[in-house]
Design a binder for this molecule. Sequence first.
Ligand code: HEM
Length: 510
Amino acid sequence: MGAGVVYALIGGLVVAAYLSRSTRKKQSLPYPPGPKPLPLVGNVLDIPLKQLWLGATEWAKRYGEIVHLNVFGVSLVFLNSADVAFDLMEKRGAIYSDKPKLVMCGELCGCENMVAFNGYGDQMRRYRRLMQKALGTGAIKQYEPLLEIESHPFLRRLIAKPANYVDHIRRYAGTLTLGVVYGHQVTSDNDPHFRMAEDCVGILANEIASGGGIWPVDVFPSLQYLPNWFPGAGFKAKAVVWKKKMEDWVDEPFQAIKEKMKTGAAPSCFCSVLLEDSKTTDHQLEFDVKWTANSMYAASLDTTITVMSHFIHAMVNNPDVVAKAQKEIDAIVGNGRLPNFKDRANLPYVECVWTETLRWAVPVPLGLPHRLMEDDVYKDMFLGKGSLIFANIWAMLRDEKLYPNPEQFNPERYQVPVDEVTEKKRDPRHYVFGFGRRQCPGKHLIESSGWLLMAAMLATLDFKKAVDEHGNVIEPDVTFDNSVFRTPSVFKCDIRPRSEQALKVIGGEL
Ligand code: HEM
């Protein structure tokens, strides 16, 4: 998803928020501080075109832990410290957990039922309960065998075509969630469910949430009632096509598992377990399971690609870290098998590498914006109904006081002895998955799948900078074009098996 997409998305959000903004009565409390707005357009020119989180962090340095901007009369509020984010998004979660309503994306393209776009209310609470069942700490253990099985083919594909590492991570994440959610086994890159997901994630990111600008129908909702043939109503035809694609994407894998259930051939998975529990045909439950299943699947792809790409990037740049982690794995696991979950507690340095990966990567640096449902007052500052609230996770995880030299990838920072409070505070898991009632429901899954994949790679692979045909080292060149996910662009690197023995363990050939 390019910067245009994201700014279109923000544009859309702003418009949606505008339509439901506070009718602020003249009152004495000021907004939180922020850059001075221009008349009418507000701070629109202050918004950087790329990596909004860097701009937001510059404002944080200048204006403090809570910053207010106004774009065409709509408030954007950045919460730059964990304390403020906890105070508002957690403690006042009852009014800070809504999502902006988008006409094009939500209503016309049918995405309003996806978890991440769904407003705060009964439906969202039902979704969250289902996801808690499927992805809560208690549930994750049952997926461990699947995670362990999938590591081998991932490693084989990686050593066969290291330059395509992103495709391999995508296939791994897709296989895993299709298995966990729909009990579907992916056997090739051409698997129809997998291909359909690729297509639809692309449409969602690059078309529906894009358009190079704001969808006019978001500004003037009455445009949705124009007849299809009317000049300028082309968006309606597009929406019809995309909505159908989205619905097929939500429906097809769900119908497939239902068919298997009829013949008794359904493996145990999120959908089958929940539907079986309900004994009778419960249309509400079916609807909820279907949309929740799709949302978990959709959300796992970009996030997993992002965090694992950062891990590879960090390993390529930090051979000392790789060597130290490999020494620990060799001593505890030996070289006859891959690490597994039973080894985890005995691999403290590897744990630090994973913790540092989460911090260094910051896969969703500004979280996903929430919409404030009521006017609110915080530390004598006014926050208006309809404001878009961003948790500046990037600023929290680059806080120099908590993480000295924060740009450096340094797993040892977690081994420096500190008091109990600081120990808890410096764990990036408290911030990286967002705050409050919309916090990431996939955090336990990635905590297991990401750790295992990382440990398997460290056990068997060497990571180096690539070299060109003249023997010159190519420095990995990474850019960030996507403003929701901090996904690094694909970079050149040299990934190969550590040894003949490692190759045997992976079960591959050179
Ligand atoms: C390192 C990997 C991941 C990171 C850093 C991450 C981070 C986040 C963040 C910051 C949010 C926004 C929370 C908020 O609105 O305050 C979020 C939402 C969400 N995540 Fe994740 N995520 C990751 C992986 C996953 C995975 C693997 C899944 C699915 C299995 C998943 C499913 C979701 C869903 C469904 C939402 C929307 C929740 C809602 O709006 O109620 N995430 N994630």
